[in-house]
Ligand binder design. Sequence first.
Ligand SMILES: O=C(O)C1=C[C@@H](OP(=O)(O)O)[C@@H](O)[C@H](O)C1
Ligand SMILES: C=C(OP(=O)(O)O)C(=O)O
Length: 411
Amino acid sequence: MNYKIKSPEAALKAVVQLPSSKSICNRALILNALSYSPYPIQNLSDCDDTAVLVKALNSNDRDFDIQAAGTAMRFLTAFLAKVVGEWTITGTERMKNRPIKILVDALNAVGARIEYIEKEGFPPLRIFGSALQGGEISLSGGVSSQYISALLMVAPLMEKGLILHLEGNIVSRPYILLTLQLMEQFGVKAEWKGATIRVAPQEYHPIPFTVESDWSAASYWYEMMALSRQADIQLNGLFKHSLQGDAAGAKLFAQLGVGTSFTSDGVVLKKTGNVTRKLVYDFVNEPDLAQTFVVTCAGMNIPFRFSGLQSLKIKETDRMEALKQELRKLGYVLKDSCNSILEWDGERCEAEENPVIATYEDHRMAMAFAPLALVRPAGIEMAHPEVVSKSYPHYWEHLAQAGFQIEEKSV
Ligand SMILES: O=C(O)C1=C[C@@H](OP(=O)(O)O)[C@@H](O)[C@H](O)C1
Ligand SMILES: C=C(OP(=O)(O)O)C(=O)O
């Protein structure tokens, strides 16, 4: 089934209860389990990536399928490595092609026993759980921060604790900070100096915990604000002093004419009229915002140069390729270089007559392209719109409530 999405007939008006952050949910679930917490987590997301982790942590099975959830795959691997028993963990075909060797090598070096069931370096995995001795290891920080977050959360329960030396440029650094800050809320202290993170053996202490709304999800509403002529948008559940790195999106959207005011409920967006001529930004710290900004700039006709995109190649799909392919259908010619830079200098090609945007099993492709309906009188047609459930299951409902017309088309 495809969706044809058309702009609201009147001005876009929305008060949105955003989904809660899956990054925070999935950390809180692991920390809750490690601290034997009696408190259920409040405002837990009903998105797929969180649901698979809830299911795994509550089941009596030995074999887990975490589908497409990168955090669940990485966090559960480290978690199970220290739970006595024999476990297997698998996921979607794409997950079987997302690398995990750095994490497996690191865990095996501190006393775990993890084997590959199919392809060396990739899920599915067989895990022989036991107490972990811990110690001092070096690993690359340049592939996925999720490996580091996974190791850190189990680190205080290792016999000798853990000293991690991070090699190379670190990608997605705010997610490591998020992990450390949440660990601290659960009573565990770590020290991060230079390229070294130290966690001494310690116990977690359970706390009642409420999850904040998702700043990555907020970015699509910022995009709608940027692309609409007139709009009235309020996003509930966001904090001014957020632990999420993607809160940086608010500042960056200021360059695209969207202002943010914080209220006791969340944020109110307004148009400022101050729009940059070209947007230049390094997304190494906020990779999940890259698609939003690529599509917004194209829709606003603003050239851009975005660097720091190396991790996009190993996410739900190769996001650099997917963006180039799908924007070409709409008449934009993007150039990539060094496996990490995507630019658009305003070059156009002939657009397809009836383009259908492919979503590549990637929620962020669907969510980033839908707002283009605001600037395309013919609307935007999209394949597999259901992919949004990975992080934002109510996205289409919320768009419909905001006045978008969404028509199902059988194919
Ligand atoms: O730790 C997390 O919650 C995440 C870290 C990032 O991944 P990488 O560290 O692989 O870039 C991000 O893209 C992902 O959506 C969530
Ligand atoms: C990359 C993402 O998720 P994950 O790596 O957790 O599958 C994402 O949500 O954009």
